[in-house]
Structures are given as structure tokens and as C-alpha cells.
Write a protein that binds this ligand. Structure first.
Ligand code: ADP
Length: 248
């Protein structure tokens, strides 16, 4: 485990020399990544680059061949809600007859326990989380009625109710319009100002790269990791997207 040079705290996420294979096929090769608290990081790479696989490894959902991963200085088995995953809204079954407050309350489940009812404090935290993401007026709305952008914000509210400090967002720009992307970025920026850490995976940064503190360019291995202005060199773009990158 490494300690941040800035504040002496364990890093928000630390991935050390991680290799992951599906069967005999290596998908991530010697990936290392050190992310401090309170930063917004884009994980950028083409489809098939291994972004989801890296998220699954960080979330402890798949075994690694080698390497180590720490969240807030702890292995996944020891963390208690510090990490929240916000899935691509298209990958969720939205037909469940749940309303927005129900979904956000799921974020409280670990704190409430399975056999107790939510307390007044739990309900207040749910309301505050919905307010933070601009969905207070949709509290009782069924999730089927939400737009793609609202669904994403609902999952961020669930992460806030969970009191997570580090948020992983998978393909957050897919299936939402540009205005919703802007709204999401503004909201995530306000969370990083409070010290939360955001790692957002996307195959296409469009015009958003300047909004991130750091970019990790991934194509099975880390091609570059640094400020957006420094990470996206012509060589890195070619490694990510081939010669086609020059025409983008
Ligand atoms: P990305 O999220 O960047 O699109 P993925 O992590 O989903 O990339 O996939 C990386 C590679 O691993 C791809 O070649 C994909 O086909 C392969 N892959 C992903 N999941 C599995 C799986 N469960 N079994 C076998 N191969 C997989």
C-alpha cells in the first residue's frame, strides 16, 4: 500500500502491476495506477481495451492473475461501502416497479442491515442525496419514467446515500445527450471538490477531456497517465485508436 505524498493518507485507489486473463487470453497486462482522493480521472480506451475488466478487478468481482489492488489502503474484502459502482444505464433492467427513493435507499442497505427498517435519518439521507443530484422532485417517480441522464444521476444519488468516497462510472456518456453529460460532469466536479474521487470509464471523451484532472489511457496496458493536455500525444492516440485517430 502507498501513502499520498500530499496528505499522508492512503490513496483512494491503488492498482499495482495487475494482470488479468480470460482463459489463456490476457486482457490487462501489468496495469498500475495511483489515484489520490478528490480527483476526477477519465479511464479512456477503445471498446475491448479492458476498462470494464479493470473496474471488475477493482470491485473484486474477478480474480487477477497477479498484482495487488487497494481501495483507501485496504483490499476489497476489507472495505465497507467506500466504493460505489455506477453502471451504464443501458445495462440495467429498468422494468422493476421501484421508485427513485427505493433505489437510493438500497445504498443505505449495508448501514441499515437486512432485518431492520430504515430510520428517520436514513430517509433524510435519501432525500438529501436525491436533492444533491437534482432529483428531489422525482422522489416518488417510477424508475421506468426516468430519462437516461436522470437514471445515471439516480445511481450517483445511491452512491451518495451509501456514503461512498470513491465512485466508478462505467461508460457514463453512453445513451445520454450532451446537456445531460454536462450536468453530470458539473455534479461530479462538485463531489470531487468535497474530496470524493471519481473514476469514469469512456471509449470516447468527445469534448470533455479538459474537465478531468487526469486521464488514464488504457489499451490492455496503460499507454499514458497524466493531465489530459499531456496524456493525449499523437503516439498515445494512435496506440488507442490506430491511425484513424489523426482524422478525429
Ligand atoms: P472495454 O470495457 O474496454 O470495452 P472489456 O473489459 O469489456 O473492455 O473487454 C476486454 C476484452 O476482454 C475484450 O476483448 C472482451 O471481448 C474480453 N472479455 C470481456 N469479458 C469477458 C469474459 N467474461 N470472458 C471472455 N472474454 C471477455
Amino acid at each position: 500500500m502507498s501513502i499520498s505524498e500530499d496528505n499522508g493518507q492512503p490513496l483512494a485507489i491503488e492498482v499495482k502491476d495487475v494482470t488479468v486473463s480470460y482463459g489463456d487470453t490476457p486482457v490487462l497486462q501489468n496495469v498500475s495506477l495511483s489515484i489520490e482522493h478528490g480527483v476526477m480521472v477519465a479511464l479512456v480506451g477503445p471498446n475491448g481495451a479492458g476498462k470494464s475488466t479493470l473496474f471488475k478487478a477493482i470491485l473484486g468481482l474477478i480474480p487477477t492473475d497477479s498484482g495487488e489492488i487497494y481501495i483507501h489502503g485496504l483490499p476489497f474484502s476489507k472495505i465497507r461501502g467506500e466504493l460505489a459502482y455506477i453502471p451504464q444505464s443501458e445495462q440495467v433492467n429498468w422494468l422493476f416497479p421501484l421508485n427513485c427513493a427505493d433505489v437510493v435507499m438500497l445504498g443505505r442497505q449495508r448501514k441499515i442491515g437486512w432485518f431492520r427498517k430504515p430510520s428517520k435519518l436514513d430517509r433524510e439521507i435519501v432525500d438529501e442525496s436525491l436533492r444533491r443530484v437534482g432529483l428531489a422532485d422525482r422522489r416518488g417517480a417510477l424508475i421506468t419514467e426516468l430519462s437516461g441522464g436522470q437514471r445515471q444521476r439516480l445511481f450517483v444519488a445511491r452512491a451518495l446515500a451509501q456514503e461512498a468516497h470513491t465512485l466508478l462510472l462505467d461508460e457514463a456518456f453512453s445513451g445520454v445527450d450532451v446537456a445531460s453529460q454536462e450536468g453530470l460532469m458539473e455534479m461530479l466536479t462538485s463531489l470531487t471538490v468535497e474530496g470524493k474521487t471519481v473514476l469514469l470509464a469512456t471509449h470516447d471523451l468527445t469534448n470533455m477531456s479538459g474537465r478531468f484532472d487526469l486521464c488514464c489511457c488504457l489499451n490492455k496496458h496503460v499507454c499514458a497517465f497524466g493531465k489530459p493536455s499531456e496524456a493525449f500525444t499523437p503516439e498515445v492516440l494512435e496506440e488507442l485508436y490506430g491511425t484513424h485517430a489523426y482524422t478525429i
